[in-house]
Design a protein around this ligand. Structure first.
Ligand SMILES: [Cu+2]
Length: 384
């Protein structure tokens, strides 16, 4: 085989290895096992509500504001230590992507890498100087050159077909009747609005560990969720109903990401990004801000509780919201980030920073939030 051929094989091997490496790196991110979620199990356990007699309001979800709600299932909606792979997916795009990763990409990459490695090994052994004292003068071989051009092209085309389909599906606009959730990034917490349901706003903050919170401040329990993923308020979304997710930001670029939904959407100041998805199984699903957004980027988790449409309606009512008439868009005017003094507030915070030096956390109550951001003090949480 020619020097040129060897070089090409070496480059191909390098590229294949790099591809394998990136997959391994990707999969090394927090990843839970592929456990099967019990289908159709409501995580709004009526028994739980019954076990706490004082909290028996019109809606079982009413008592749950700011308190742990649905049951968290092991390995669902959250990472699992030492487990390799993607989180169990609960949306169609997620299931397809999971299939594509496990059945298409990983086997193809593995097979190509092993094939190239074997070729390299064979060449190194068979054509070593001792065994092959008179090197061949062959400069090219048309058949082989056509093959090593066409086969990779074929492999890429085969991968491109499902890949482009998935990309397209990820940007499919939500159909009529979708529930709109607007996620607004703030340094360093999320606020949420339901524009079609009365426009109320929810602020979700990281729940601190015992010993890290100020006196009287609520701390995380296992019922709230894993460390660094549990929030004081969960967002509630209906199962089986298309969700229109809109993201934006009050300050810097954040990214709203929930692995189990196969969703990662940047939240950009002054812009609205949109995607849609439908959650197929009730449960509690966790995510995090996935854009480096400042000192406490790692401390703005996302917790979504997926419930039945009836429970969702009850929760909306409990929040003082309204369910829209069927097929009717909202005419509610919701202030955009920065339109209500939040920009001025951010400027003040920055000015304070300039005077006092780097502040670990300058989170203040969201200006439009009926519920303030909960006690993210400017100091006192070092080491988190
Ligand atoms: Cu962020």
């Amino acid at each position: 085989m020619s020097i040129k051929g060897l070089k090409r094989i070496a480059i191909a091997a390098g590229l294949a290895m790099a591809g394998l490496g990136s997959i391994a790196g990707h999969a090394a991110a927090p990843v839970p096992q592929a456990a099967s979620a019990p289908a159709g199990v409501s995580n709004v356990a009526p028994t739980t509500a019954a076990a706490t007699p004082p909290a028996a309001p019109a809606s079982p979800l009413l008592a749950r504001d700011g308190a742990p709600g649905g049951e968290i299932k092991a390995g669902i909606g959250q990472p699992v230590n030492g487990v390799y792979g993607l989180q169990p997916q609960v949306t169609r795009n997620g299931e397809f992507a999971h299939w594509m990763h496990n059945i298409v990409l990983f086997p193809v990459i593995t097979a190509i890498s092993l094939f190239v490695l074997a070729l390299l090994g064979w060449v190194v052994f068979r054509y070593r100087a001792a065994a092959n004292p008179v090197p061949s003068k062959t400069s090219h071989n048309t058949t082989i050159e056509v093959l090593w051009t066409l086969l990779p092209v074929l492999a890429l085309v085969l991968i491109a077909v499902p890949s482009i389909g998935l990309l397209q599906a990820q940007f499919k606009p939500a159909p009529a009747g979708a529930v709109t959730l607007k996620a607004i990034g703030n340094q360093w917490y999320w606020t949420y609005q339901y524009p079609d349901h009365g426009g109320f706003e929810i602020t979700a903050n990281l729940l601190k560990e015992k010993g890290e919170a100020a006196a009287g401040e609520r701390t995380r329990t296992d019922a709230d969720g894993p460390r660094l993923l549990a929030t004081d308020n969960r967002i509630v979304l209906p199962v089986g109903v298309p969700i229109r997710l809109i993201t934006t930001s009050n300050d810097v670029i954040h990214s709203w990401a929930v692995p189990a939904f196969w969703i990662k959407l940047d939240a950009i100041p002054g812009r609205l990004n949109e995607t849609s998805f439908t959650i197929e199984k009730p449960g509690v699903y966790f995510g995090q801000c996935s854009e480096l957004c400042g000192a406490r980027h790692a401390y703005m988790p996302i917790a979504v509780e997926a419930v039945t449409p009836a429970q969702f309606a009850a929760w909306i009512a409990a929040k003082g919201g309204t369910m829209p008439a069927r097929g009717q868009a909202s005419n509610k005017v919701i202030p955009q980030p920065g339109a209500d003094g939040s920009a001025a507030e951010a400027t003040t915070a920055n000015a304070t920073d300039a005077v006092t030096g780097p502040t670990e956390n300058v989170t203040t109550a969201a200006p439009t939030a009926p519920q303030g951001a909960t006690n993210n003090p400017a100091t006192g949480n070092a080491g988190q």
